[in-house]
Design a protein around this ligand. Structure first.
Ligand code: LMR
Length: 396
């Protein structure tokens, strides 16, 4: 029976790591999967996380199941990080939430919840969006459409086109928005643009679905949730998928959060049971480890401050690397103006070159990044930036 299924092509993002590992060119550069790297190309365990691991090891007394909702201190800590301490939706007990296996787990169970609410609704995603959004949301059986977001020729957001599209979205449809550090383009909405999105959500009565996987990597922990908090302050309902993979460096521990702002406490209670039953039907209950570490960090003033410092260091390093790449490209006389890289935010930048040029970078120079021209800025270092800039200048 199993032979009826065909071999699939490599994943557009994860497949790059396999190809990179097999490449024997000593000059090869990995700008593919979104993982933070230091100057030496390593992804070290954050110092705050290493300390939390010691505390957990010394105190954990059992490996029995945790509750289906997840680690309580993790959930409350994350909700405060996202919404702000004492946010009215928290005081009014209107937020349902579960710890999920990574941001992907959160996206999937929230999509299943939407399907339970209304299997006919459409989820609108940005064009382009993160490659895995479509399979994650589509596998839950929901229809997906795109709204215009980024103009590769102008290297900027097509906000007027986005607004024109969202003006036609049906009541009850869902609009997926990237909370910050848009993946793959690095192009984020301004504060004014977030206000316009709020106005559209109020007029059209669509439900915003925020995916926030890079809080702290754009402008800062608080600044990066401007849009999320604006919507949570002013809309009756909101759904949020958050990830701790990047800002806590907990990639392999799979730690995320699915949160739903509801209209009142009774709805919250009902939704809480629904989301837990969805999780029970897929993976039963979340792994504890990553959530337990984040709980320890967010609920200790000392460790939280240390972690905030580490997030700032990662953010500032990526901002420095952006400036370095742009100035090298200028110095080398690149025929394209790459200044836009400096205004993009977070871990990714869209180089706005063609898929053929991306292939040429891979084939001729062993520089690996996603076909869309998305590069992981954290993969750049002072030792490879000249090589990258020379290659880009040459292929242009
Ligand atoms: C990425 O976008 O590269 C990361 O979020 C890793 C992934 O799962 O695709």
């Amino acid at each position: 029976m199993l032979e009826v299924l065909k071999q699939l092509p490599a994943d557009p993002i994860l497949g790059l790591s396999t190809a990179f590992k097999q490449d024997t060119n000593p000059k090869k550069v990995d700008l593919g999967v979104g993982v933070y790297k230091d100057e030496q190309g390593r992804t070290p365990i954050l110092s705050s996380v290493a300390k939390a691991q010691k505390i957990l090891l010394a105190n954990e007394e059992s490996k029995t199941y945790i509750t289906p909702q997840g680690v309580p201190g993790y959930i409350s800590g994350m909700l405060e990080l996202l919404l702000g301490k004492g946010h009215k939706t928290l005081i009014e007990e209107r937020v349902a939430a579960v710890q999920a296996p990574g941001g992907c787990g959160a996206l999937r169970i929230l999509s299943e919840l939407l399907n339970r609410c209304n299997g006919e609704l459409t989820v609108w995603v940005s064009d382009p969006t993160w490659a895995n959004h479509i399979p994650l949301i589509g596998s839950a059986g929901l229809k997906i459409e795109t709204y215009p977001y980024f103009d590769k020729d102008q290297a900027g957001i097509r906000f007027d086109d986005m607004v024109a599209c969202l003006e036609k979205v049906n009541k009850g449809d869902v609009v997926l928005l990237h909370g910050c550090c848009h993946n793959p383009t690095g192009a984020d909405l301004t504060k004014e643009q977030w206000h316009k999105v709020l106005e559209l959500a109020q007029q059209r009565e669509f439900l915003p679905f925020l995916d926030i996987a890079y809080q702290g990597f754009g402008d800062g922990i608080e600044d990066d949730v401007y849009g999320l908090r604006l919507l949570a302050d002013n809309l009756p309902e909101l759904i949020v998928a958050a990830s701790c993979s990047k800002n806590f460096g907990l990639y392999r521990e799979r730690v995320g959060l699915a949160a739903m702002v509801t209209t009142n406490r009774n709805v919250r209670d009902a939704i809480q049971t629904q989301i837990q039953s969805i999780a029970r039907g897929i993976y039963s209950m979340p792994p504890s480890y990553g959530g337990a570490l984040v709980d320890i960090i967010l609920n200790s003033d000392e460790l939280k401050n240390e972690w905030l410092g580490e997030v700032s260091d990662m953010r500032e390093r990526m901002q420095t690397l952006r400036r370095l790449l742009v100035s090298k490209l200028k110095d080398k006389g690149a025929s394209k103006d790459f200044e836009f890289i400096n205004s993009q935010k977070g871990m990714f930048s869209y180089l706005c070159i063609s898929p053929e040029q991306v292939q040429q970078m891979r084939n001729d120079y062993s520089i690996y990044f996603v076909d869309s021209s998305r590069v992981n800025i954290a993969g750049i270092s002072t030792s490879n930036v000249d090589y990258i800039a020379d290659a880009l200048t040459a292929i242009l």
